[in-house]
Design a protein around this ligand. Structure first.
Ligand SMILES: Nc1ncnc2c1ncn2[C@@H]1O[C@H](COP(=O)(O)OP(=O)(O)OP(=O)(O)O)[C@@H](O)[C@H]1O
Length: 234
């Protein structure tokens, strides 16, 4: 198999004195959609923040396309091609949809054009002049994803994209993820919504208490349901 696009080995992380990640190993191959599962507090968000470098107190190995990210300052991590869509989405309420889209700098060639983005998100095209404050939660989530696609990032880190959204919007986010997969995008997703995750992921990791306790492919999911029921309380 080829070298993974994202390779994490022995990742440890701390909030102050509180030791939260205890040696996380994780690989994401180019074009894969990988989902991190785990109960509240297992360390999923912390894993994404540690990879992005927004949580600085960390140790271990993080490589993107073979390049060591551990020692890089934050802005250079984004320029290495990681695109992070945090749980809180970070839409600027005083700016329009279009202005929000244009805000993040391009980090690499090959990002989506505005036409491609508005084609993938027709609701954003319709609302391109609406202010951030006027958007629904679903529209904000779409905008948060769309904004990163423009930058040319080659792997998306999505933290709970379906949280708090109505089922019909969750379905729409699923369609977007499948469309991105079809274009070859690599995605690392944190999800509490297992029913959503099982429809989009190629492979899963299960976290507990700051460790990875299992990994399996979508084909192996059925055989894992008993242990998942136990670990996740499905
Ligand atoms: N800013 C913080 N300061 C101190 N401890 C934190 C902070 N953020 C998270 N933690 C703790 O780190 C651990 C892992 O939290 P994390 O948010 O990564 O979990 P999670 O698996 O993403 O779950 P959730 O779905 O609840 O976000 C938890 O024990 C949590 O209480």
């Amino acid at each position: 198999m080829t070298e993974p696009l994202l390779q994490v080995k022995g990742l440890q992380a701390w909030y102050g004195e509180s030791h939260v990640l205890h040696g996380v190993d994780l690989q994401v191959h180019r074009g894969e959609t990988v989902t991190l599962l785990g109960r509240n507090g297992a360390g999923k968000t912390t894993t994404l923040k540690s990879i992005m470098g927004v949580l600085r107190k960390r140790q271990g190995e993080i490589r993107l396309n073979g390049k060591d990210l551990m020692g890089l300052p934050l802005h250079q991590i984004a320029y290495a091609g990681l695109g992070f869509v945090p749980e809180e989405r970070g839409i600027f309420s005083g700016l329009s949809v279009h202005e929000n889209l244009m805000l993040p700098p391009k980090v690499a060639d090959g990002g989506f054009t505005l036409d491609e983005i508005y084609h993938l998100f027709p609701n954003l095209a319709e609302r391109r002049n609406s202010q951030g404050t006027k958007l629904s939660g679903g529209e904000q989530q779409m905008l948060a994803i769309a904004r990163i696609l423009r930058t040319g990032a080659n792997i998306l880190l999505l933290d709970e994209p379906t949280e708090g959204l109505a089922p019909v919007i969750v379905q729409r986010i699923g369609d977007v993820i499948r469309a991105l997969k079809a274009k070859g995008m690599t995605i690392l997703l944190v999800e509490q919504n297992f029913r959503f995750a099982r429809k989009v992921a190629d492979r899963f990791y299960v976290m507990e208490d700051g460790h990875m306790i299992d990994t399996f492919t979508a084909d192996e999911l059925e055989g894992r349901m008993d242990s998942l029921n136990e670990t996740l309380g499905l």
